[in-house]
Design a protein. Structure first.
Length: 376
């Protein structure tokens, strides 16, 4: 390792701004000069650009990734009395969106190597009330969509993708978010494509579903003061759209840098017991929103503390599965309900990975990790 590394940051949105400050500032000035701060031209331009980047027909900007999930479900006809199958190892927003739509989340366990929904378990979760499947492309890796889509089609179910961590990930050559009936993306600042605040988007090839989402997020109205049904206030701000459109041009390169960092982590940590590296599923382009390793459960917290003392930040995504969260106690699912997801929650550690890390910082993180593991 050459020279002294700069302090390692787990996330670094400010580095993205420094790289693009001139373009971002100019884009924001254009919006402010237009005096149209919600929806408007900047939002329309970003919606088209993001949908085109994915290969989707339509994009509708909304206020957050959670709203994107909720409104996509609503627009797909999901409502009270329905059940939606998903996984318990996502951020709680995945299941909360289902509840906000009036439906009930039904969980299935995961494939431990990829942390994504196990299609072999879908049949066991099917009931007469099942209306949709909500696979999560967790940590930047698409779920096993061919099997999920085939199963859903056999049973006449909608597939709504939670692509909130998968901006630019791909499955069999198609971008995540273009595989199901609709998909939800988040533009939270630390995402691979992140704004300077909250924001989200629903993408779909179905014009009628896109129009329904647009109305749902605008108080149930297409035109001012003409409200067709009860809706919400969920619209993407023009300033966020302007920033995101600038960053979208850099997203392919930033994703490639994440993949290079992940490959370096793998080369440095492969075969080093007791570390378990994340699996990369066949025919999938993983864009490493997170790089998540596993260590024995009893080692995780002491290891994270030692790493923090040596300037290596880590996180845990996510330490408590959704079904064990107090907010979801109404589901009456206790420990042991989903053994793979619960085991992962006890063992996972997310290492720093973003486009503005240096090779030296990746090496420093891996070397420090191995040193501290040797002391446990």
């Amino acid at each position: 390792m050459s020279g002294k590394s700069e302090p390692i940051r787990f996330n670094d949105p400010t580095a993205e701004y420094r790289e693009l400050a001139g373009e971002i500032d100019a884009a924001m000035r254009r919006v402010l000069a237009e005096d149209y701060y919600i929806r408007g031209r900047a939002v329309e331009e970003f919606e088209r650009a993001f949908a085109q980047y994915l290969g989707a027909g339509h994009g509708v900007g909304v206020a957050s990734g959670t709203d994107a999930l909720h409104l996509a479900l609503r627009a797909a006809g999901i409502g009270p009395g329905d059940e939606v199958i998903t996984v318990p190892n996502s951020f709680t927003a995945t299941a909360m969106a289902i509840v906000h739509a009036g439906a009930r989340p039904v969980f299935v366990d995961i494939v431990p190597e990829t942390f994504t929904l196990n299609p072999a378990l879908l049949e066991n979760a099917l009931t007469t009330r099942t209306r949709a499947v909500l696979p999560v492309h967790l940590y930047g890796q698409p779920a096993e969509m061919a099997e999920i889509m085939a199963w859903a089609e056999r049973h006449g179910l909608a597939v709504i993708e939670d692509a909130c961590q998968a901006h630019g990930a791909a499955y069999r050559g198609k971008k995540a978010g273009t595989l199901g009936r609709a998909a939800a993306f988040s533009f939270y600042p630390t995402k691979n494509l992140g704004g300077a605040g909250d924001g989200g988007m629903v993408v779909t090839d179905r014009p009628e579903l896109a129009e329904r989402v647009r109305k749902l997020g605008n108080y149930g109205a297409e035109a001012k003061d003409r409200h067709e049904f009860i809706g919400w206030n969920s619209r993407l701000d023009s300033l966020q759209a302007a920033i995101l459109k600038v960053k979208l041009g850099r997203l392919p390169r930033w994703n490639e840098l994440r993949r290079e960092h992940a490959a370096l982590y793998r080369s440095l940590l492969r075969g080093r017991e007791p570390i378990r590296l994340p699996g990369a599923g066949a025919d999938r382009t993983h864009i490493y929103h997170q790089f998540v390793i596993r260590v024995p459960a009893g080692w995780r917290d002491p290891l994270r503390q030692k790493l923090a003392e040596r300037g290596i930040p880590t996180m845990v995504h996510y330490p408590v599965p959704i079904h064990l969260q107090p907010a979801f106690s109404f589901l009456k699912l206790g420990p042991g309900s989903f053994s793979e997801a619960e085991a992962a929650a006890r063992e996972i550690i997310s290492l720093p990975i973003h486009a503005h890390l240096s090779e030296d910082q990746i090496r420093q993180t891996a070397e420090t990790l191995l040193q501290e593991l040797g002391q446990l």
